[in-house]
Design a protein around this ligand. Structure first.
Ligand code: S3P
Ligand code: PEP
Length: 431
């Protein structure tokens, strides 16, 4: 979809959508639970990623009743019994990396497929385990589709912590279901550590016990049983980041953006957004479950993005409009997301008039007073690039054309409705 976005002032109250990370985890845990009682998961939004995970868990044996913003799930007693061995993960890294090990906690042959950049996103950490355990797998040139045939064995597992925490989450879900005890050792530095906290929190809610040896290793007893639970998903810090930056960069100094459903004490790693923008001089007021943002003049800073990669693109927008230099460092993993987010955000923001340079795994940004716009930009089929450019448009002199605007459906399907509700002006040029 191609849309025209007129420069506009965003203002008002916004309901922050539920955390995608918690939603995936809750749906999977409930679908693995014993069948005696149903689990209820409330405050869900059915983005493509969450629908994808839900459909797969249903295909694997859970009974799922869908409501407008909730699911009732009766688990299949921790068993994976696929009706169809084809597993379409669409573009969701979380889905494929969480579900590969879970899928082979029972003896299964499964064909994992994906779309867009997921076809190339790394899975080698699992291939090393398959090689060690003699689990059969097949793909062409390391790309999806991937056929896996076998069953995981309890024992010693090792994962590098600096590629994707999603492999660790997948194993933390799968290993309790095996018929023996396991140890999962994390080699190298653990990045995206906050996501492991979310995993441990939901596993605990489902009655799964894991001993965390300071994130260096995890002891996991086998033969555990997931228990049903009721759960309401909190707001998503990766998404509130867009509205926080929108509030800070607003050209109208009397503006205020109020972001609802933002848990002050959340474990989400992207909560770091609050600390980062405050350090840059933003005027935020934090309440127990909402945040108020006023326009502010911000200053450049150094941002280590290794623990909160998903807010990298929108922080690049903020850096581009802040005084002096901003350096976003340790961004290697940004290159293996829905797009290479180091290159994509640099390229598109520079078209608008920003001054961003790539240096290894860093972005070096010299602040400008505002963007010129008046050009066509592309979202690289990446929801976080599309949303970052939408927020950047509010500080353009001239309107912009955004291609691949529909990519927001991956995590925030009603983003454009929210954007318009908050005062954004868009016109669809091509469906
Ligand atoms: O576990 C999760 O829910 C996620 C982990 C992160 O990935 P990495 O651990 O690969 O950085 C993050 O980028 C992704 O959007 C969601
Ligand atoms: C990288 C993301 O998600 P995933 O890895 O689940 O595709 C994201 O939402 O930005």
């Amino acid at each position: 979809m191609k849309i025209k976005i007129k420069p506009s002032i965003l203002n008002g109250t916004i309901e922050i959508p539920p955390s995608k990370s918690y939603s995936h985890r809750a749906v999977i845990a409930a679908a693995l639970a014993e069948s005696g009682k149903k689990s209820t998961i409330d405050n869900l939004k059915f983005s493509v990623d969450i629908t994808t995970t839900t459909d797969i868990m249903e295909n694997w044996g859970a009974k799922i009743k869908r409501f407008e913003s909730a699911l009732e799930i009766i688990g299949n007693d921790g068993k994976v019994v696929p009706k169809d061995k084809y597993v379409q993960c669409n573009e969701s890294g979380s889905t494929i990396r969480f579900l590969i090990p879970i899928g082979i906690t029972d003896e299964n042959e499964l064909i994992f497929d994906g779309k867009g950049k997921l076809v190339d996103r790394p899975l080698d950490s699992y291939y090393r385990i398959f090689d060690k355990q003699g689990i059969l797998y097949k793909n062409e040139n390391g790309k999806l589709p991937l056929t896996v045939n076998g069953k995981l064995k309890a024992g010693n597992y090792e994962i590098d912590g600096n590629i994707s925490s999603q492999f660790i989450t997948g194993l933390l879900y799968a290993l309790p279901l095996l018929d023996g005890d396991s140890k999962l050792t994390i080699n190298k530095n653990l990045e995206s550590k906050g996501y492991i906290d979310l995993t441990l929190e939901i596993l605990k809610l489902a009655g799964i016990q894991i001993v965390n040896n300071n994130y260096k290793s995890f002891d996991i007893k086998g033969n555990q049983i997931y228990k049903p639970f009721d759960y309401t998903v909190e707001g998503d810090y990766s998404q509130v980041a867009f509205w926080i930056v929108a509030g800070i960069i607003s050209a109208n100094k009397d503006n205020e953006i109020k972001c609802l459903h933002v848990n002050k004490n959340s474990l989400q790693g992207d909560r770091e957004i609050i600390e980062i923008v405050t350090r840059m001089g933003a005027n935020l007021k934090i309440f127990d479950d909402y945040v108020l943002v006023k326009p502010s003049k911000t200053k450049g800073t150094i941002i280590d993005i290794s623990q909160c990669p998903d807010i990298g693109p929108i922080l690049t927008v903020l850096g581009a409009l802040s005084e002096g230099e901003t350096r976003i460092i340790n961004g290697e993993r940004l290159r293996i997301k829905e797009s290479d987010r180091i290159t994509s955000i640099k390229t598109e923001l520079n078209k608008l008039g920003a001054n961003v340079v790539e240096e290894g795994d860093s972005l070096i940004i010299q602040g400008v007073e505002g963007f010129t716009g008046g050009v066509t930009v592309n979202a690289w089929n990446d929801h976080r690039i599309a949303m970052s450019l939408a927020i950047a448009s509010t500080r353009c002199e001239k309107e912009i054309i955004l291609e691949e605007a529909e990519s927001v459906r991956k995590s925030y399907p009603h983003f454009w409705d929210d954007f318009v509700k908050m005062g954004g002006e868009i016109e669809v040029i091509e469906k």
